[in-house]
Design a protein around this ligand. Structure first.
Ligand code: GLU
Length: 427
């Protein structure tokens, strides 16, 4: 553990460091709450950070050593909760920021978890299924001392999925000598996963969009939407928004952007993506490079890919008047200021994409209970939580006269502070 408060590492102390963006927004909310420096430092600093070296035998017989991280930002409200991502550019500041966002996210939807996040530096596109399995199992074994249903409960994130969670569950269970399904969420349904978990983040995006639209007095039928990404969040979010009657005019994947002013046939585009692993070649619309997608003409923009997409460089060219952040950290703190000045309403990530962790909580409850709910029960409980979270954040925004993002941080931090005040400081 560091001696002083953690600050973003020097390599990245700029607009594009997600941990410094998180700190800036945290400080604004801490000002609203008038928190003293001691509390600020306690709440900003990750409680535990683990870096592990993962020697893995590759298919060609050589050994490669991968680096993995698990950061537990805060466990005042309960076990740490948060995904694991596999990506070539994962770094400690990113994982720290993502872990802190999980703390705030769990607090906003008021589920009994703190925040954690993990990452392994690797490029899944270059790895065979066997290599991915060995990396996952070795990573799980390396961080096993800090995992457990009452300690830290991982879940999928970028480039990890139900299969990855099944390997984690199995590796953990083999070590503790009993099947322990509640150690991870986002598992296959046949291994203790929850119905509705796969769609939950996209469903949450659709639900907060619906609440924001009600507040702004707009109708889906008269609304065009651009969705950046077409994976678990963007693809499912787009599909559910399409079913609600919105006109989805653009979707993208890592190779390019699909655009059609008349509205896309989203189910057909996603079928094409499933069959071809790319949107390229889908017949109905223009294909263009990814750079321009965020600046397309539209009413609602859903960035659902990755961090740092809307920055001080492009924020004033964004046409949408409502942004629903499906990804974690898609707007930098500097972009946030420009958007707010321009009157753009931003429903922040820690609210907009909290549907995933909410159903992860349902999965953890079902695993511990040994009793599984129908999809309707899951979806209606998710809806209740998301609608309440939106209205709680909106209430704070109105009462303090701040943006929804500062309001979301304020509400989240206040709930954690209240628990801290009751628990007190150990020793
Ligand atoms: N990775 C997802 C997120 O960023 C889900 C986390 C979870 O379900 O624990 O919210």
């Amino acid at each position: 553990m560091p001696n002083g408060p953690v600050v973003a590492s020097e390599a990245q102390t700029d607009e594009f460091n997600p941990f410094s963006s998180m700190e800036k927004l945290f400080n604004r909310a801490a000002d609203v709450l008038d928190l003293d420096e001691g509390l600020r430092s306690l709440l900003r600093t990750p409680e535990r950070e683990l870096t592990v070296a993962l020697p893995v035998r590759m298919d060609d017989g050589t050994i490669r050593v991968f680096t993995g991280y698990r950061v537990q930002h805060n466990f005042l409200r309960g076990p740490c909760k948060g995904g694991i991502r596999f990506a070539p550019d994962v770094n400690i500041d990113e994982v720290r920021a993502l872990a802190a966002w999980m703390t705030w996210k769990c607090s906003i939807v008021d589920i009994p978890f703190g925040g954690g996040k993990g990452g392994v530096i690797c490029d899944p596109r270059e790895l065979s299924i066997g290599e991915l399995e060995r990396i996952t199992r070795r990573y799980t074994a390396a961080i096993i001392d800090i995992l457990g249903p009452d300690r830290d409960v991982p879940a999928p994130d970028m480039n990890t999925n139900e299969q990855t969670m099944a390997w984690i569950m199995d590796t953990y269970s083999m070590h503790v000598r009993r099947t322990t399904t509640a150690v991870v969420t986002g598992k296959p349904i046949s291994l203790g996963g929850s119905r509705g978990r796969h769609e939950a983040t996209g469903r949450g995006v659709m639900l907060v969009c619906r609440e924001a639209m009600k507040k702004l007095g707009r109708r889906p039928e008269a609304t065009t939407v651009v969705v950046q990404g077409s994976g678990n969040v963007g693809g499912i979010g787009a599909l559910l928004l399409h079913r609600e009657g919105y006109k989805i005019v653009s979707l993208s994947d890592m190779y390019g952007t699909l655009h059609n002013d008349q509205g896309l046939d989203v189910p057909a585009a996603l079928d094409h993506l499933r069959a071809n692993k790319t949107l390229e070649g889908f017949g109905e619309g223009d294909h263009m490079p990814n750079g321009e997608q965020l600046e397309l003409e539209c009413d609602v923009l859903v960035p659902a890919a990755t961090e740092n997409q809307i920055t001080s460089e492009n924020a004033d060219r964004i046409k949408a008047s409502l942004i629903i952040e499906g990804a974690n950290g898609p707007c930098t703190a500097a972009a946030q200021d420009i958007l707010v000045d321009r009157g753009v309403v931003v429903v922040p990530d820690i609210l907009a994409n909290a549907g995933g962790v909410t159903v992860s909580y349902f999965e953890w409850v079902q695993d511990r209970w040994g009793y599984f709910w129908t999809e309707d029960v899951v979806n209606s409980r998710l809806e209740q939580i998301m609608v309440k979270a939106f209205s709680d954040v909106d209430g704070v925004a109105e009462s303090h006269g701040v943006s929804m993002r500062v309001a979301a941080y304020t509400l989240a931090i206040e709930r954690v502070v209240n628990v801290y005040r009751m628990r007190g400081l150990f020793a």
